[in-house]
Ligand binder design. Sequence first.
Ligand code: DGL
Length: 272
Amino acid sequence: MPDQRPIGLFDSGVGGLTVLRQVIRRLPQESTVYLGDNARTPYGTRPDEEVRRFSLECLDELAARDVKALVVACNTTSAVALGDARRRYQMPVLGVVRPGAAAAALATRSGRVGVIATPATVRSRAYSDAIADEDPAVVVLEHATPELVPLVEAGRLDGPEVEAIVSRSLAPLLAGAGEGEGTPREGDEGIDTLLLGCTHYPLLEPIIGRLAGPDVAVIDSATATASALAELLAVTDLLARQGHPARHLQLTTGETGAFERTAERLFGPGLL
Ligand code: DGL
């Protein structure tokens, strides 16, 4: 039987709207409730204990709203606290790490994948572990790029200065020789796949793609997660009826005006 209840999506702030955008594209019949913890963003530079506590507080709020599934759109929370969330709620809880990792493991031909993410996500090694689960032969080079979230939050998505910062952030991965784990396959020095392991990075994708060049596939976890969600809802018999108008509600722990302004600056007037 179709299930008309909304899907709950959580992020540390506005970045998770990249995931919401893909979910709406992929599953137009589904209603959503999005909660951004803008009052306490960013999470990526916080200790794990804080990420866990803040995330579960927000997820409790969503779970109390009669949602049928939870999507942890925040990579940092997915990396640090997904297990806690899964044990806590009586509903499917989907993170962004596994779907992104699976897509990257499938995409690579050379067997060398770069991952850029927040310091907390990189510290957790969640992406390395998830990619190793998919294909233990893949060499994963994880690199923290803390300068990128503040750029996106400030609405700075292009221009020479932004390009210089992104270029500096990516340099250790795009230089070829890295200190990833495992043994590089002979003849394959550089990465051929770059996984954007942070909600905000898809908004910098035009610059990242340009800098990475045509030989590097840029994969974002947001798109992969929307596909994984579609599959999850289908196998758990939780899909909404086709053709019914969906409703989308966005909530923030911060100031609503600021949330709306940032969201509109980043995504244009169409999303919310
Ligand atoms: N949402 C976070 C993530 O995807 C990025 C922003 C933050 O550090 O809170 O890791």
